[in-house]
Design a binder for this molecule. Structure first.
Ligand code: C2E
Ligand code: MG
Ligand code: MG
Length: 583
């Protein structure tokens, strides 16, 4: 029996141990199949389990680490002490420590010495000699690399590798708050390339990109004192300077930028000449907001552009007053439309005889309640910048078309005459422009051929490619098109030929010299050019008989100027001027 019992016990033991090894086998296989590293230690931190993924991940083989203290090779030295303490604490809690910890991220060391980030939850089981603590660990390096790439893409411009607007604004807000109490410690420079659009449109986007990369590297060369240099997209760059003399650093930077950009950039077989307009603004006692600083620098940059470009402008007291003035004008201009303070004056365009008007030009005025009659130069630029020119321009168009229709119907009984209305670049860019003109013609019943739309040479050439398609669409409505202020911009002759124009208006500055033996060659050349392109010519700003005499000799077709009439209200025009529309 005893023997029998003994053999039974043996048999039971044998079957138990074979069961254990079977369990262990399954356990080991499972653990080795795992995608994550698995490790386990006893209460002393001596390794008891180490799967093949752990071998791969940390560079140590199972045989090398079993029985070794984890704190001596896996845990970075600076965490080793804390780790051992935590282990001890878990052990002393005994079964109370049993269970799972939430997932945690920790830093461990690879065999080759580099630190890696891993994540995992730990379990603790058993007490005393059989105490084990372990868990699966996931390698976070790939995830981290992905996150970093994403953050980089999010905070950097992909073309130049420079920080982008988000990163710049973040950094700017940070330094502004750090230096809040000390004015003048933060300065920014906004840089916009001059005529970059021409390069982009003329040579293609790839060439444009190449230019931008070259510019970025030249900026980096001269901007070593900058805290951050960013690209805002397009051809705009932002540079941040901080510390004592921040504004001086920005000014020195701007001066050097103009210098380094004067060296032409080679793109393919051609060389392009670049310039930049740079606006600088710095923090003051009152300006401590990133948005204010940015808009001040922008205002200074636009001033630099107005000054002809390729220069810098510092935002100062005078500009602050100007900006305020603009804001006030914009504010009251909003109400001017609603309160019917805008007027349209008309100036006749005369034929060769000088006493017959073939048409009139509509010129806007603002009957300001306090300032009296305000000329367009004082408010059109504000209207353009704010976008108000779109509704104002539509109003002028409606008013002018309606007026000609009235003249045609009531006084003259004919359907002739031309109403010339100015369109600004902002209106041409507006997606609704063709629809607006079409609607107003339909509303007023004016025949399209009676309407001439004037666009300045500068506005046309600024974005010639898109202007071309708008002009073509307008032309299809049947209206006439005129290029205004000719000679004040830089015309590309090939565009001049491609635009569907009918009339060329020679700028007053060329007419001024006529009659005194000055500049008649230029006017003669312009008139010949226009005629050879099939355009009729109107001379603007004719003030003297001598000028008119000379223009007639040069075969100019029509003229406009104080010599014939100033722009006047509609009623005055028909009283004072023998208007014979289309007669
Ligand atoms: P513009 O289209 O070139 O108009 C001609 C300007 O020259 C007018 O100035 C006119 O009054 C002025 N002028 C005409 N003859 C003479 C002359 O013999 N001597 C002198 N010294 N000046 C003469 P104004 O009315 O002040 O308009 C200035 C500019 O404002 C216009 O130049 C035009 O570009 C813009 N503008 C006027 N009305 C509108 C409008 O309704 N919409 C848009 N977008 N722009 C307008
Ligand atoms: Mg005009
Ligand atoms: Mg003009």
């Amino acid at each position: 029996m005893a023997e029998g019992r003994g053999s039974y016990a043996k048999a039971v033991r044998a079957s138990k141990s074979s069961k254990e090894s079977f369990l262990e086998q399954r356990f080991n296989t499972l653990v080795d199949l795992a995608h994550d590293a698995f490790l386990e230690t006893d209460a002393e931190g001596l390794v008891t389990e180490w799967n093949s993924r752990a071998e791969e991940m940390f560079g140590w083989s199972r045989d090398e680490v079993i029985g070794r203290s984890i704190a001596t090779f896996l845990i970075p030295e600076r965490y080793a002490e804390r780790f051992t303490e935590q282990l001890r604490a878990a052990h002393s809690l005994g079964s109370a420590a049993a269970g799972r910890t939430p997932e945690r991220e920790l830093k461990v060391m690879h065999r080759d010495g580099h630190e890696m980030e891993v994540a995992g939850a730990a379990y603790a089981v058993g007490t005393n000699g059989s105490f084990r603590i372990g868990g699966f660990l996931r390698d976070l390096s790939e995830q981290r690399a992905g996150e970093e790439a994403l953050a980089n893409a999010y905070l950097h411009d992909s073309l130049t590798g420079l920080p982008n607007r988000t990163m710049f604004t973040y950094r700017l807000a940070y330094v502004l708050s750090a230096y809040q109490a000390v004015p003048g410690m933060v300065a920014i420079a906004v840089l916009d390339l001059d005529r970059f659009k021409e390069i982009n449109d003329g040579m293609g986007h790839e060439a444009g990109d190449e230019v931008l990369v070259t510019v970025a590297s030249r900026l980096a060369e001269v901007g070593s004192e900058a805290e951050v240099m960013a690209r805002l997209g397009g051809d705009e760059f932002l540079v941040l300077f901080e510390g004592r003399g921040a504004e001086d650093k920005a000014v020195a930077f701007a001066e050097r930028v103009v210098e380094v950009l004067s060296v032409p950039v080679t793109v393919g077989d051609s060389e392009v000449f670049l310039g930049a307009s740079i606006g600088i603004a710095s923090s003051t006692g009152t300006v401590t907001e990133a948005t204010t600083l940015l808009s001040n620098a922008d205002a200074a940059m636009y001033q630099a552009k107005r000054n002809g470009g390729n220069c810098h402008q510092v935002f100062g007291e005078a500009m602050r007053v100007q900006v305020l003035d603009r804001m006030t004008t914009e504010h009251s201009l909003h109400r001017a439309l609603e309160r019917c303070e805008l007027r349209v004056f008309y100036q006749p365009v005369v034929d060769i005889s000088g006493d017959k008007a073939i048409g009139v030009e509509a010129l806007i005025r603002w009957q300001h309640p306090e300032q009296g009659l305000v000329p367009p130069d004082r408010f059109i630029p504000v209207a353009e910048e704010s976008g108000l020119i779109v509704p104002i321009g539509a109003w002028v168009l409606q008013e002018a078309c309606h007026q000609l229709k009235l003249w045609q119907a009531k006084r003259f009984g004919r359907d002739g005459g031309a109403m010339e209305v100015n369109l600004s670049a902002r209106q041409i860019d507006h997606p609704e422009i063709v629809g607006t003109v079409e609607r107003i013609l339909a509303d007023t019943g004016l025949a399209p051929s009676n309407l001439t739309l004037e666009i300045t040479e500068t506005a046309l050439m600024n974005d010639a490619e898109s202007a071309l398609s708008v002009l073509q669409a307008l032309k299809e409505l049947g209206v006439m098109l005129a290029i205004d202020d000719f000679g004040t911009g830089y015309s590309s002759l090939s565009y001049l030929q491609r635009f569907p124009l009918d009339i060329l208006k020679v700028d007053k500055s060329f007419v001024d010299g006529l009659g005194s033996g000055e500049g008649s060659e230029i006017v003669a050349a312009v008139i010949n050019l226009a005629h050879s392109l099939g355009l009729q010519v109107i001379a603007e700003g004719v003030e003297t008989e001598a000028q008119w005499e000379e223009l007639r000799k040069l075969h100019c077709d029509f003229a406009q100027g104080y010599l014939f009439s100033r722009p006047v209200p509609a009623t005055e025009l028909v009283e004072k001027f023998p208007l014979r529309l289309g007669a």
